[in-house]
Design a protein around this ligand. Structure first.
Ligand SMILES: Cc1cn([C@H]2C[C@H](O)[C@@H](COP(=O)(O)OP(=O)(O)O[C@H]3O[C@@H](C)C(=O)[C@@H](O)[C@H]3O)O2)c(=O)[nH]c1=O
Length: 199
């Protein structure tokens, strides 16, 4: 796993073994995962979503503590997957980074607690699966608008994005910050340290 430009985010480039039957790859190995990230992934929930082309989900994040770390891959089709640093006080606050996840390279992205996550489906029947370190708590899950100019995410052309009503009504980064919705970098660092010591 190699770190992305936003601390707390990593990408796995797996070795994919192809043969006459199809392919095989490992997308999670606990010791290597821990060695690379400093985290043990405490698997509490595993999710799967299917999206048609142009569906855009996010930018979502959860309150820290406890936060919700996610380990994401795309098992069918392709997504433009985006990690956003929403941690107030982070040197990279507001910065975003995109990784293509697809059923060819079979990359996976890990996002630590407090980071924002979004993806745009580039194909029909795009299937994304992800492992989560915390269970779903709707009252603790929030969003920032994916087209917010303050974030300036450059989404790929060629699709007409379809957002959920909740995501379409999400605040801008500035509004979310002003209303105290965003996690602080200090609380995230404290949470990371707590997790490192406990696992
Ligand atoms: C996320 C989630 C949703 N749901 C339900 C609530 C709702 O009825 C339906 C769809 O929920 P949403 O519209 O929030 O789903 P979605 O927009 O796909 O939300 C997801 O977006 C990506 C970007 C993430 O990173 C995820 O963590 C999650 O926030 O599924 C659960 O039961 N458990 C869950 O963990």
């Amino acid at each position: 796993m190699r770190p992305l430009g936003i601390d707390g985010a990593w990408v796995l480039d797996p070795e994919v073994f192809g043969d006459d039957r199809g392919s095989f790859h490992e997308w999670y190995r606990a010791p290597e995962f821990r060695a690379a990230t400093g985290y043990g992934l405490d698997l509490v929930q595993a999710n799967c979503s299917v999206s048609r082309r142009g569906v855009l989900r996010g930018v979502h994040f959860a309150d820290v503590p406890p936060g919700q770390a996610k380990y994401v891959t795309c098992v069918r089709g392709a997504v433009f997957d985006v990690v956003v640093d929403l941690r107030v006080g982070s040197p990279r606050f507001g910065r975003w980074e995109a990784v293509r996840l697809d059923d060819t390279a079979r990359r996976a992205v890990f996002l630590a607690e407090g980071l924002g996550h979004a993806f745009l489906a580039l194909t029909d029947d795009t299937t994304v699966v992800y492992l989560c370190s915390a269970g779903y708590a709707p009252e603790r899950e929030h969003g920032v608008h994916p087209f917010d100019a303050g974030l300036g995410i450059v989404w790929p052309d060629g699709t007409r994005p379809l957002l959920s009503p909740k995501d379409a009504a999400a605040p801008s980064l500035a509004q979310a910050e002003a209303s105290g919705l965003l996690p602080s970098y200090a609380s995230c660092l404290a949470r990371y340290e707590e997790l490192r010591l406990s696992r």
